[in-house]
Design a protein around this ligand. Structure first.
Ligand code: MTE
Ligand code: MO
Length: 375
């Protein structure tokens, strides 16, 4: 009986494969504060890339402060500031407006941060700060038109219900878009995710959704939209999300999602190190690629440094990632796999990690070390 059970599983008597080198990690260990942040704000596991829409609960979460509890009956959204007709809307007011469904890939601007050396101290993402969902909501532009934006309005400020202190600055989480950005067709006030009301951690009852932009623009737990005649200078707009080389560098704002591709690591993992063990023979490498700047034009895979074209699936709309696949015949021994995407603007993922002070927009190519066994 025992022999029968083990025969269904991997042979227990094979020679253990030689250990695969651990990918380089920054010298300083993560602090307990970073660990706690990283646990609260979880990643999507890389194998979730198998699904075109990220399964429930696997979509990444990034919440700066606390998840607020909001009563959907007494909740109101105000649209005010430099407008002719200030509006106060209930959840059912929004639900009665035209309904739009968009499949959108979101990514945190800090995704990949923990791979920087030195590592900026913040949410210590590895590569899983991404997710794709079917968002349902109502387009923002007609509501702004109804409110009647003043001609001298320059920014729309979107404030969430959540409040906290970051770098010593106490504030309500808030972000802005210029009038032109806010009036774009695909910007939604979303109240459903994957066919259900938004889960609390994703912004219940209503969030802003800005397709193509890094996640920070999509303000959760939205409570007010304020038209401003001055550029918004709030902490999350003017300080936190900038590409800066050092503290004296004014830098540039973080906005659209940089081109990126990721693969589902093939084979089976080692529990602690996540190192991969693959059986020799044909293997289909798969993954997904996205860009907030046009569409994904090509994906290439390198086995031991030789780049070759991957197959691209059909796109599902303008804002969702696209699947790719690459047939590989794995031969015994240690191999290095890598994947990179190029978008229609001509941007290609860099081989070197793009270092900046806050660890934003690290879209360096993913490298997966594998040990192939058998033959
Ligand atoms: N109100 C509010 N909105 C927010 C945030 C937040 O902390 N508070 N985090 C932002 C950031 S940085 C990201 S990456 C996305 C994450 O969205 P998700 O948790 O639904 O994946 O929400 C954005 N919207
Ligand atoms: Mo983020």
């Amino acid at each position: 009986m025992r022999a029968k059970i083990t025969a269904q599983h991997r042979p227990q008597h094979h020679t253990p494969p030689a250990p695969v080198p651990v990918p380089p990690t920054p010298a300083a260990p993560v602090s307990r504060d970073e660990l706690i942040l990283g646990l609260r704000n979880h990643e999507a596991p890389l194998e979730s890339l198998r699904w075109p829409v990220t399964p429930p609960g696997m979509h990444y979460v990034l919440t700066h402060f606390d998840v607020p509890e909001i009563d959907p009956v007494s909740w109101r959204l105000t649209i005010g500031g430099a407008v002719e007709h200030p509006l106060t809307l209930t959840l059912s007011d929004l639900q009665r407006k035209p309904r739009r469904t968009l499949t959108v890939t979101l990514e945190c601007a800090g995704n990949g941060r923990s791979r920087l050396d030195p590592r900026p101290v913040s949410q210590p993402w590895d590569l899983g700060g991404f997710g794709t969902a079917e968002w349902i909501g109502t387009p923002l532009a007609p509501l702004l038109a109804e409110a009647g934006l003043s001609p001298d309005a320059v920014d729309l400020v979107f404030a969430g219900e959540d409040r906290g202190v970051q770098e010593g600055v106490e504030h309500q989480y808030a972000r802005s878009l210029t009038v032109a950005e806010a009036m774009a067709d695909d910007v939604l006030l979303a109240y459903e995710m994957d066919g259900r009301p938004l889960p609390p951690q994703h912004g219940f009852p209503v969030r802003l959704l800005v397709p193509g932009w890094y996640g920070m623009a999509s303000v959760k737990w939205l409570r007010s939209i304020t038209a401003s005649t001055e550029p918004f200078a709030g902490y999350q707009q003017a300080v936190a999300y900038r590409y800066q080389q050092d503290a004296d560098d004014d830098g540039t704002p973080v906005s659209r999602i940089r081109v990126r591709s990721l693969m589902v690591p093939p084979g089976i993992p080692d529990f602690l190190t996540r190192r991969r063990i693959v059986d020799a023979g044909p293997t289909m490498l798969r993954g997904r690629a996205w860009s907030g700047d046009g569409h994904v034009a090509r994906v290439e895979v390198a086995v031991d440094g030789a780049w070759a074209e991957a197959h691209l699936d059909a796109a599902d709309g303008a804002f969702a990632w696209v699947g790719w696949s690459f047939p590989w015949v794995a031969t015994p021994g240690a191999h290095t796999l890598a994947v990179r995407a190029t978008d229609s603007s001509g941007a290609v993922q860099p081989l070197e990690t793009p270092w900046n002070l806050r660890g934003m927009g690290n879209n360096a190519v993913q490298v997966v070390e594998v040990e192939v066994r058998g033959g």
